[in-house]
Ligand binder design. Structure first.
Ligand code: BGC
Length: 823
């Protein structure tokens, strides 16, 4: 397909782009293809081009600064958004992200992440939507439309098969063509077709032997087959080869200023290895992006949505809408445990480190700094009537790493003679924002960077500091040197390792109560590698005895009417940059739940994680609510949901295993550099069903506060050749509360010995509907033709035969069936 303007406005922008390009000579065109800084492309005042700024999503817009001083509205993590099964609601999330992007001068959002939940151990599972390509595509379409409604570009990433983190820079993912098309490329194809994102990010990994930034064949699928007219931007540091990258059509190498393009690309063009028309095509696409996003003067920006989204209210709504009620025990002779009736409560015990300090967002590039975080403890205290006594005990703290020191911290840069070059006030003991600290100072002149401040010590005892970073670091506490040494990164090849997985050194010392001063100094600054200067200091009071903590929690639980235990993963086990080694809750958290449940029959567990965890105690507790990394409003939404002010309407976008080894696809470690997707198209529930295993909680599962009866399903023909069928499902709210249900439609293929190997049934469409008690809700669902097609050596084919449409409330709760003959 050619890159044809579709509307008069687009035609106008194309005109501007053509004129702008014509004014540029070769070096100026090549300059457009590399970052000028970590987050922006260079300005070109000659043609009215402003720096085009990019920033990470997908749960908030961090902006150009990586610092808590620059806050952003924080939404729940990506899998949580997918758990709403509501693309229109997610579109509103996209509009909010666009609004935040504009506020921060960002033109291109580096989101959404549409890789798949292939294995529950994947470190960035929380940042992806689902194990199912169709759900991923629909949610991705919602987000991209929303972002671009606001005149900001969306970037679908990471193209393609970047589904785990181990050796992510070098891993060669081996996938057969059918699996690639039907599973991993499918969300990219659908989003490009239905939402026209303005950028695609190419992944670090290789697919079938070719690094994705250099993968001309797959890029041709994007451009020629799917008609993608946007920019292909490299993942950060992913571009490695000037000529191969340029010939593959990888338009922009990030981050800058040093990339494989620039002078090297100029030389390659002059030598005739890269044809100049290729540079024109690449520069055209960059200028088109600038025109679309308002970075090119004279080009009109289309922002169809000009309303204002209340970010805090939206964050609250998304948190509640995404929460999945996994279990709600019906007490013998009584009703379900949840929602709790506050009138019946006198004493509530809230337990767990995450109850007071939840993780409200995932770690790594998805990280943003929210203006505030409402913890479940705070949310419950605010929501419960004044007469209810809320007590709290930490019970168990799963964090291996200590919290970074927060408060007034001074950062100073020194030269060779020890003279002060510059200084800045920070709000935490971390140099993540070093490039900004530099200001006008030349990095070559910096010989030492120092962070200094104080901590207040309340109790005498063995206090702990944790030095994090790499290279030579010296820690001085109360004027005395306590550590001086060299820290080495475990995996220096991993891009961003200094930020994502710094080396750590714990230093314990006896301290007496009072104000204690600290200084952490780094003396080996490498001007060529600013990441080298990333370091931070964490601190903790004497660490409590784990058994004593468990006893304390049990005591509180014993005397309470209800015990609410918040448990989850920590940044040490679930984050970007590495995969998980185990799905078990870290530390003594399982023991905490067991001990609390053994003394309180009304124990409710709230899970604070972005991806599946094991719940070995699940039959022993009354309720389990998956609260995800619920964003800045998480605690308020948890309270609303537990107390029945709102219904939890999330449904699992991914299967949750009972035992870890049951998960059909688990491993993330490449063998001799290769990670073979040997399961083919059998990923997620497709694989569970084939293996005949029963998960703890299946795909699509989630309880609400009302009951639904599935009345009828009927299928009619599609309206054009992109549609397979139109399905109408009618359901009745037979409970006593207004409610929302997610009607799921699966497709089962004719059982033909000569047909392709397919799952027994798979998701083909869904709709989120509401109804008052006694009322009927009607779900009208379009099944795309792709949902039934199979990729063959001859391209897409629709195997004919008697298909069946299955409608239900989850993969394992099918209520109705209808025939769908396909000729
Ligand atoms: C991540 C990308 C991210 C980029 C910039 C990379 O390490 O893989 O998703 O957009 O960093 O932060």
């Amino acid at each position: 397909m050619a890159e044809q303007p579709a509307t008069p406005a687009e035609a106008g922008r194309e005109q501007c782009v053509t004129e702008a390009l014509a004014k540029l000579d070769l070096p100026a065109k090549i300059a457009l293809l590399s970052g000028a800084t970590t987050w922006s492309l260079p300005a070109e005042p000659e043609i009215g081009l402003r720096p085009l700024v990019m920033s990470d999503g997908p749960a908030g817009v961090r902006g150009e600064r990586w610092a808590p001083e620059d806050t952003a509205v924080q939404l729940p993590n990506a899998s949580a958004l997918a758990a709403t099964w509501d693309p229109e609601l997610v579109r509103t999330a996209g509009r909010l992200l666009a609004q935040e992007a504009r506020r921060k001068g960002v033109h291109l959002l580096l989101a959404p992440t549409i890789n798949l939940h292939r294995t529950p151990r994947a470190g960035r599972h929380f940042e992806c939507y689902s194990e199912d390509p169709l759900l991923t595509a629909e949610i991705g379409i919602g987000l991209v439309r929303g972002v671009q409604d606001g005149g900001v570009g969306a970037t679908i990433k990471h193209f393609v098969a970047n589904d785990s983190e181990t050796d992510r820079f070098t891993v060669d993912v081996q996938i057969d063509h059918r699996t690639l098309r039907e599973i991993y490329l499918a969300p990219f194809e659908a989003i490009i077709r239905y939402a026209s994102p303005w950028a695609v990010m190419s992944a670090y990994n290789a697919v079938n032997g070719t690094t994705m930034t250099e993968n001309a064949a797959l890029n041709a699928v994007l451009r020629e087959e799917w008609g993608f007219s946007g920019v292909i931007v490299s993942d950060w540091h992913a571009a490695r080869d000037t000529v191969r990258d340029a010939l593959a059509g990888m338009d922009v190498a990030m981050p800058g200023p040093d990339t494989v393009y620039g002078d090297k690309l100029l030389a390659a063009v002059k030598e005739g290895v890269v044809p100049e028309p290729q540079i024109d095509r690449m520069a055209t696409r960059v200028l088109r992006l600038a025109a679309r996003t308002g970075a090119l003067e004279g080009a009109s920006v289309e922002a169809p949505y000009d309303g204002v989204v209340d970010g805090h209210a939206l964050s609250n709504e998304l948190a509640a809408r995404s929460m999945v009620l996994l279990r709600n025990h019906v007490e013998p002779g009584g009703g379900p445990t949840l929602p709790l009736n506050p009138k019946g409560l006198r004493r509530v015990a809230v337990l767990g480190a995450a109850a007071a300090h939840p993780r409200t967002g995932g770690g790594g590039s998805a990280r943003v700094f929210p203006p505030y975080r409402i913890s479940p403890l705070q949310g419950l205290r605010d929501a419960l009537p004044p007469g209810v006594e809320v007590s709290y005990a930490e019970g168990s703290n799963p964090r291996l790493s200590l919290p970074v020191i927060e408060g007034a911290v001074r950062a100073e840069l020194y030269d060779d003679d020890g003279s002060l070059l510059s200084g800045a006030d920070l709000s935490q003991a971390s140099t993540n924002g070093l490039p900004e600290l530099l200001g006008d100072v030349e990095v070559e002149d910096v010989r030492a960077v120092e962070l200094s401040g104080t901590v207040d010590v309340a109790e005498p005892g063995r206090h702990v500091f944790e030095v994090r970073g790499q290279g030579r670091l010296t820690l001085i506490v109360n004027g005395k040197e306590r550590f001086s040494g060299t820290l080495t990164l475990a995996d220096p090849e991993n891009p961003g390792a200094a930020l994502l997985a710094p080396a750590r050194k714990r230093v314990e010392m006896h301290l007496e109560p009072g104000t204690v001063s600290f200084a952490l100094v780094k003396t080996d600054i490498d001007p060529a590698n600013l990441e080298f200067a990333l370091f931070s200091l964490a601190y903790s009071e004497p660490l409590p005895d784990p058994q004593r903590q468990l006893d304390e929690a049990e005591d509180l639980a014993k005397n309470a009417d209800v015990a609410i235990v918040v448990v989850g993963t920590s940044e040490d086990v679930e984050s970007e940059g590495f995969d998980r080694e185990s799905l078990a809750l870290p530390g003594t958290q399982d023991e905490l739940v067991r001990r609390v449940a053994s003394v309180n029959p009304r124990t409710i567990v709230v899970l604070n994680c972005g991806a599946p965890v094991l719940t070995p105690w699940r039959e022993d507790v009354s309720g389990i609510l998956l609260g995800w990394f619920g964003g800045q409003e998480m605690g308020a939404a948890v309270a609303d949901v537990l107390l029945g002010v709102r219904e939890p309407t999330g449904r699992l976008p991914t299967t949750w295993p009972d035992r870890e080894d049951d998960a059909p696809v688990l491993a993330t470690r490449p063998n001799y550099g290769e990670l073979v997707y040997e399961e083919g198209v059998f990923v997620g529930y497709r694989a569970w069903e084939r293996a005949g295993r029963t998960p703890a909680y299946c795909f699509g599962h989630g309880l609400g506060y009302t009951e639904w009866r599935y009345d009828s399903v009927a299928a009619g023909p599609g309206l054009d050749d992109t549609e397979l069928a139109r399905v109408r499902v009618r359901i009745t709210n037979v409970g006593t509360r207004p409610g929302r249900d997610v009607v799921q439609v699966y497709l089962s293929a004719p059982d033909r010995a000569d047909g392709p190997d397919r799952p027994r049934f798979w998701l083909a469409g869904f709709a989120s509907v509401t109804a008052e008690p006694g009322d009927v809700a009607q779900a009208d669902i379009v099944l795309p033709r792709r949902a039934a097609e199979v990729w063959t050596d001859e391209g897409w084919r629709l195997p004919p035969g008697s298909y069946q449409i299955l409608a239900g409330a989850s993969y394992r709760d099918i209520r109705l069936a209808a025939a769908l003959p396909i000729t």
